[in-house]
Each structure stands twice: as structure tokens, then as C-alpha cells.
Design a protein around this ligand. Structure first.
Ligand code: GRG
Length: 297
């Protein structure tokens, strides 16, 4: 990759093809897996998402001087946890959504029981892939711990639990940020940490990536809220204006559209500053940060 003229669109197209091939290979499961369950897992995992988190894993590894292919099991694992969280988030008992990634949600296509089980199986598969395919085993174990914490009761699941309990309908900016730091930010941060760990990053490199991740995680959520207000269902591939309909706190709802845009821009500038010490190897991460601000889905 010649970083001086980094083109995110080209990198992402090539990386998505490699990631999807690796994800597909992970779905070659034993004879005990029923056909419908495997189909539901494949339907959700390979649906046309942005693959933001696995791309961050690969970029973080490269920024720290590692080979992106050695980080591929970690990239697959984060996308599996992400896909599981989307399948469960869409269920009638949670957000009750019909559309995801431009297609009927998993439970609409396969029924609720199969969707719950497909999510469960994707979560387990993520850790199986990390534990069996990452080398050396000490790094695999450390990555399992980081991903488990990010996906667990104090982070992803905890943020979702507070959201489901209606905490997103009251409180102020601190409450809003606390929920999104856990629901959205934790998995973005974990993606960067995993890439760094696979590449054997030092403490300074890890700290820079964490600073970057905290900022793009929050900016990602602000743009998600802005897209919910300003975007269309056709472009988003999911229901628009759903947060305001549900009476949830959002950044534009609390701060207004202009101030939300300003905050997102500031966070992205800070994120780019954090990865500047990586020099040309950090250009991909800078490009992703700018994409977070400009994305339309
Ligand atoms: C059910 C444990 C559990 C957690 C659900 C991921 C999540 C928590 C909720 C999804 C709802 C949502 C809109 C969250 C905010 C931002 C977010 C995570 C959006 C989806 O991620 P993208 O935009 O999706 O990267 P694609 O489809 O591109 O992968």
C-alpha cells in the first residue's frame, strides 16, 4: 500500500473482498450444524455491511508494522460479534426492526428462534476463531479477553441493557455518551486493540490507537444520530427517524444539528492528530476517520 496517495475506496474494496472470503471460510461448519441455522448465520454475517470494524483491525495491525493477513482471524471475530449484536438488536423484544443492511432482518427471514440461535452461534464462533486461528497462543488468549470484555456486561451488552431499560429516553449528554461509549464505542476500540496486539504494538502505539478509537467511536455515533434525522431508508438500508419516534435521546435532539456536526468534526480532527505519529502507516486510519464524518449510511 503506498500510503502517500492513500485511496480509502480502493483499500476498502480490496479489504472487504478478503474479509468476506475469510468470513465465508469460517462458516464451513461441522455436520452437527442444521442447514437453516447455518443459512441464517451466513445471511447475517455476509450481508452487505461496511465492514468498518474488521477494516480497523487490519489497519491498526498495519499501522503498528504488522501484516494485515495475520490479523484476519481477529478481523473476522469482531465482525461476528458485531453481526450477532445487530441480529439480536433487531428482534421484536429489542428494536423490532424489519430492515437491516437493505434486506429483511434475520428474524423476518428465518423466524425469531432461529435468529436468536444464529446470533448465539456467531458469538461463540467469534471466540472459537480467535482461540484456534490467532498465533501465538498467548496473543490469542489476550485477544479473547479484550473482545469478551468489549462484548460483555459492562460494555456492549451493558450499554444495550441501559438503552432497553429506557435510560436513553432520559438524562443528559453524560448519559447519552455513557450508553454509546459502551454500545458503539467499545467494539470500535476493541477492533483497534486487537489489530495492535496481533502486530505486537508497544504501549505508546496502543495508547495512540485507543485515543483515536475513543474519538471516532463517539463521532460515529453522532453521525449515526444525524443520519437517523437527515438520511433516507433507501440509503441507510434500515429504518430512518426511528430514534426520535422512540423518544430516545440523540445528539441532534440534545445539541441541535449544527452543534452535533461541529462536535463530530472536532472529534475527527483529534482522532487524526492521535494517529499522525504513525506517519505514512497511519494514513488509512486518518482516511477512515474522515469517512466517519462524511458517510451517508
Ligand atoms: C443486542 C447485545 C446487543 C447489542 C446491540 C450494535 C447495537 C447494540 C445496536 C445497533 C443499533 C445501532 C444503530 C447502534 C449504533 C451504531 C451502530 C452500532 C450501527 C451499526 O453499525 P454499522 O453502521 O453497520 O457499522 P454495518 O451494517 O455497516 O456493519
Amino acid at each position: 500500500m503506498t500510503q502517500a496517495s492513500f485511496c480509502l475506496a480502493d483499500f476498502a474494496t480490496e479489504a472487504r473482498a478478503r474479509i468476506d472470503a475469510a468470513l465465508r471460510a469460517c462458516l464451513v461448519l461441522g455436520p452437527g450444524c442444521p442447514d437453516q441455522l447455518r443459512e441464517a448465520m451466513e445471511y447475517s454475517l455476509l450481508a452487505p455491511g461496511k465492514r468498518l470494524r474488521p477494516i480497523l483491525v487490519l489497519m491498526a495491525a498495519e499501522a503498528c508494522g504488522g501484516a494485515s493477513q495475520s490479523a484476519m482471524p481477529a478481523a473476522c471475530a469482531v465482525e461476528m460479534v458485531h453481526a450477532y449484536s445487530l441480529v439480536h438488536d433487531d428482534l421484536p423484544t429489542m428494536d423490532d426492526d424489519d430492515l437491516r443492511r437493505g434486506r429483511p432482518t434475520c428474524h423476518k427471514k428465518f423466524g425469531e428462534a432461529t435468529a436468536i440461535l444464529a446470533g448465539d452461534a456467531l458469538l461463540s464462533l467469534a471466540f472459537e476463531v480467535l482461540a484456534k486461528e490467532l498465533r501465538p497462543p498467548q496473543v490469542a488468549a489476550a485477544c479473547c479477553a479484550v473482545l469478551a470484555e468489549a462484548a460483555g456486561a459492562c460494555q456492549l451488552v451493558g450499554g444495550q441493557a441501559d438503552d432497553v431499560a429506557g435510560q436513553l429516553a432520559r438524562g443528559g449528554i453524560d448519559q447519552l455518551e455513557s450508553i454509546h461509549r459502551r454500545k458503539t464505542g467499545a467494539m470500535i476500540l476493541a477492533s483497534l486493540r486487537l489489530g495492535a496486539m496481533v502486530a505486537g504494538a508497544g504501549a505508546r502505539e496502543l495508547a495512540a490507537l485507543e485515543e483515536y478509537g475513543q474519538r471516532i467511536g463517539l463521532a460515529f455515533q453522532i453521525t449515526d444520530d444525524l443520519l437517523d434525522v437527515c438520511g433516507s431508508e433507501a440509503t441507510l438500508g434500515k429504518r430512518a427517524r426511528k430514534d426520535s419516534h422512540l423518544g430516545k435521546l440523540t445528539f441532534p435532539g440534545l445539541l441541535g444539528i449544527e452543534e452535533s456536526n461541529r462536535r463530530a468534526q472536532q472529534l475527527i480532527e483529534e482522532a487524526c492528530d492521535a494517529v499522525r505519529p504513525f506517519g505514512s502507516r497511519g494514513k488509512g486510519l486518518e482516511a477512515v476517520a474522515r469517512y466517519v464524518l462524511e458517510r451517508n449510511r
